[in-house]
Design a protein around this ligand. Structure first.
Ligand code: NDP
Length: 485
């Protein structure tokens, strides 16, 4: 028997009111730790999206649109403070819903609070310019909200992704329609309640759970939506961009990656190892910026593999509430995807250097896989090229710096990279040479860095979230030229 949730999970939030979806249809929400039905959520569809977009536009034309930047910021900061008082409750919800070990859920809740604080504090600090222009003119710029913004969020980091996307959009004065993933929407719904308690005007944040091909597609196609923010798969991202093109609206796409970590022979391995391991297994590897390709200079390849393998053998997987190193994967489908990659590794004769263990008492209905280290993978192999989105890390040998760069840049993706070296000049050369949106030198921040602009190149998407940069994405620049003689 599932434990009772702190609020009804089957409702949508539209115009400040919680209610059933227009159709009254619901979807089951599963607990990945044991496969049981945790709750029912609303199966929102185009009718709910219509109502949510109208409510958001109403908020812009009404109470929300009348607030000045400092007032918007104060509301966001109040939401951030409220989130901080509920870190444990939010982590518990995320454990049930996403299968995240509690410590990771707590980290996500604190990150959500940080996004709300950061964007709350930044709301009234976005300045325009005055531009030297022709004699007799004053020319200046300011930033305006797009209007109604659509936010399509995946299941892997609901709190963090909502924080970075909705937080920045609200700070700039947009009104949001949020479509969380059908597999994970409890913390989105909890944030809707927190926003109401903090006095966010009705309609500024609307939440419509439902299926991607129904509620999600309706949101991307809606002519009233003036900006789309999407995090998820490349295939769906392309559909979102195509829909945005029909309405000529800007779109921010964050589509994951196959991020390399380059380990040179002069690296401080003691410092690097915890990062190398964690970047592959955090959130059971279901992380867009997972450092899932470890590239090691040949001179130290065997040593690095052995030390990584030693750590992998100690890793434990189990139910989220047991708070082990890894929880389950999100779904049976994701379990199938990751298992197929492991089968492929075996069929290709790739050396499985080490695996962690699934706890003996893990419920058989849960979606567990062993964290796996695959060593000596050819750079062109599917395991080294494709985003697995599970706790499978490949280790690839390289010869020299040029070889390392060639392999690192040799996938369609370009989200994040890590460089481990004591040579400062090399670190800077590589930071320039690597084709991606973020480079970490002697550290690695899978998913971290509220303050750090984040986003990819190539198949990893475009546009930037996080940091101050996101505020520019969630606003349009207006130039004003005044002839005053
Ligand atoms: P999707 O990209 O399909 O889902 C991400 C979000 O998009 C969800 O909210 C989903 O809703 C929504 N969506 C799905 N179809 C549409 C559509 N036609 N129009 C608008 N929105 C839509 O990812 P999946 O959950 O299917 O995962 C598949 C793979 O994607 C993973 O194995 C992983 O490789 C990658 N992925 C990458 C992520 C990242 O952080 N970059 C995050 C999640 C997945 P719904 O959940 O209801 O389908």
């Amino acid at each position: 028997m599932a434990e009772p949730l702190p609020f009804p999970a089957h409702e949508v939030l539209i115009d400040g009111r919680w209610r059933d979806s227009a159709s009254g249809e619901r979807l089951p929400l599963l607990n990945p730790s044991d496969g049981s039905v945790l709750a029912e959520i609303a199966r929102g569809d185009a009718a709910d999206i219509d109502a949510a977009v109208a409510a958001a536009q109403g908020a812009l034309d009404g109470d929300w649109g009348r607030l000045n930047a400092a007032e918007r910021g104060r509301l966001l900061m109040a939401m951030g403070r409220a989130v901080l008082t509920q870190v444990d409750q939010l982590a518990h919800l995320e454990a049930l819903d996403v299968g995240k070990p509690l410590k990771q859920g707590r980290a996500d809740a604190v990150a959500l609070a940080r996004y709300l604080e950061f964007y709350g504090g930044a709301a009234d600090k976005v300045m325009g310019e005055t531009i030297p222009y022709l004699n007799g003119y004053t020319a200046l710029t300011w930033r305006e909200p797009h209007g109604v913004t659509g936010h399509i969020v995946p299941w892997n980091y609901p709190m963090q992704i909502i924080g970075r996307s909705v937080g920045a959009a609200l700070a700039m004065g947009n009104a949001c329609v949020l479509k969380p993933a059908e597999e994970a929407c409890l913390t989105a719904l909890a944030l809707g309640r927190i926003a109401q308690q903090c006095g966010l005007p009705a309609g500024a944040l609307n939440i419509v759970p439902g299926l991607g091909e129904e509620a999600g597609a309706a949101l991307t196609a809606h002519a009233g939506v003036k900006h789309l923010s999407f995090t998820g798969s490349v295939a769906t991202g392309r559909r979102v961009q195509a829909a945005a093109a029909q309405n000529t609206v800007p779109v921010t796409l964050e589509l994951g990656g196959k991020s390399p970590q380059l380990v040179f022979a002069d690296a401080d391995l003691d410092a690097a190892l915890p990062y190398l391991v964690n970047a592959g297994i955090q959130n059971a590897g279901q992380t867009c910026s997972a450092g899932s390709r470890i590239l090691v200079e040949r001179a130290r390849f065997d040593e690095v593999v052995e030390r990584l393998a030693h750590r992998y053998r100690t890793l434990r997987v189990g139910p989220a509430l047991a708070d082990l190193d890894l929880g389950p994967l999100i779904s049976k489908r994701q379990h199938g995807i990751v298992s197929r990659y492991l089968d492929l590794a075996r069929e290709s004769g790739l050396p499985i250097a080490a695996q962690g263990a699934i706890a003996a008492d893990a419920p058989p209905g849960g979606f567990y896989v062993q964290p796996t280290l695959v060593a000596g993978v050819p750079a062109a192999h599917a395991l080294a090229q494709e985003e697995i989105f599970g706790p499978v890390t490949v280790v690839i040998a390289f010869g020299d710096e040029a070889d390392a760069v060639r392999i690192a840049n040799g996938t369609p993706y370009g989200l994040v990279a890590g460089v481990w070296t004591r040579d400062g000049s090399r670190a800077l050369r590589l930071a320039r040479a690597l084709k991606c949106g973020q480079v970490f030198v002697n550290n690695y921040g899978a998913g971290g860095g509220v303050e750090l602009p984040f986003g990819g190149v190539g198949a990893s998407g475009h546009g930037r979230e996080k940091g101050f940069e996101a505020l520019y994405g969630f606003s349009a620049l207006k130039t004003v030229a005044i002839l005053h003689g």
